[in-house]
Design a protein around this ligand. Structure first.
Ligand SMILES: C[S@@+](CC[C@H](N)C(=O)[O-])C[C@H]1O[C@@H](n2cnc3c(N)ncnc32)[C@H](O)[C@@H]1O
Length: 276
């Protein structure tokens, strides 16, 4: 099997396909990276050419193969308490405000949180930990925590709740012992079943609207780095649509969507609120 590198034409066809499926626009310089990643998959499947693989993906549209392909081209890096200030805001400002509004009967005792593009779940579980730490203030509330990602592989990893050591680098010892159990031979950590039962995960593509009730808080972080402007616009409109009036959008530092958030009120560099 002689699989050197994608030709510029093949690269263009694959990246157009990736763009249509995910909104991710691969730059010209990514030809070697994409060639290497696809080549690995061709060897596994014993397929002899990039073209045969392209035809398999685009004509047969096998959902599992599409999954493998999307996994090969997306970046899933994440960890618990990533950009810690966002979670300090969640615990110290967002939750007390929501609690006070309910005490004054200005809102029901319900709360819906969405980690959009959650990868293997660390972001949503971090929010679950923050909520658990003040759970007595939210006794009797109807709370829903949803994590979604385009990658089914990431979603099933999130549901299992097993994490490598590096995912917990920013997690204090106290939280490690309260919320995790260490795997034998220091091979990683499993999160407590109680936290797994607080969280729901589903596959979802940000280029399509999220059906169902609106959210009081959405975390959208470290997702749009490879999106072009048009896909960012589509995804951001879908997110804003899913935000309840008064709801908060938490944005990652490198996502480059600040100029698309004009309908929201800017509170801090990372926090945008939907007007009532
Ligand atoms: C780097 S991770 C970010 C995880 C987490 N939000 C964080 O900040 O740590 C980016 C995730 O975006 C997902 N993703 C990429 N394109 C997507 C799309 N169109 N819809 C939903 N998720 C997408 C990838 O599968 C990946 O898991």
């Amino acid at each position: 099997m002689d699989l050197t590198k994608l030709t510029p034409e093949e690269f263009d066809r694959f990246r157009t396909f990736i763009y249509g499926e995910t909104g991710i626009r691969l730059a010209d310089g990514k030809i070697t990276l994409l060639s290497n990643r696809i080549r690995r998959r061709l060897r596994q499947l014993d397929i002899g050419s990039f073209e045969d693989y392209y035809n398999l993906l685009t004509q047969k549209k096998l959902p599992r193969e599409l999954e493998h392909f999307i996994d090969a081209v997306t970046t899933n890096e994440t960890h618990f308490f990533r950009t810690g200030g966002h979670f300090e805001w969640f615990t110290d400002s967002f939750l007390p405000t929501i609690g006070a509004q309910a005490a004054e009967k200005r809102r029901p005792k319900s709360l819906r949180i969405w980690s959009a593009a959650c990868s293997s779940g660390e972001e949503l579980y971090t929010l679950a930990i923050c909520l658990d730490e003040v759970r007595h203030q939210f006794a009797g509330w109807d709370i829903s925590l949803l994590g979604s990602d385009i990658s089914e592989t990431m979603i099933s990893a999130a549901r299992k709740g097993i994490f490598p050591n590096r995912s917990l680098d920013q997690t204090t010892d106290e939280r490690r012992s309260r919320y995790f159990a260490e795997l034998p031979d220091q091979a990683g950590w499993s999160i407590r079943p109680r936290l797994i039962s607080m969280c729901e995960f589903q596959r979802h593509n940000l280029l399509t609207p999220m059906p169902g009730d609106k959210f009081d808080c959405i975390f959208i972080r470290n997702v749009f780095i490879y999106f072009d402007r048009k896909s960012k616009q589509t995804a951001v409109q879908n997110l804003i649509h899913s935000l309840a009036p008064g709801g908060s959008l938490v944005v990652g530092p490198a996502d480059g969507i600040y100029d698309l958030l004009g309908e929201l009120n800017k509170k801090t560099t990372f926090l945008y609120v939907k007007p009532h």
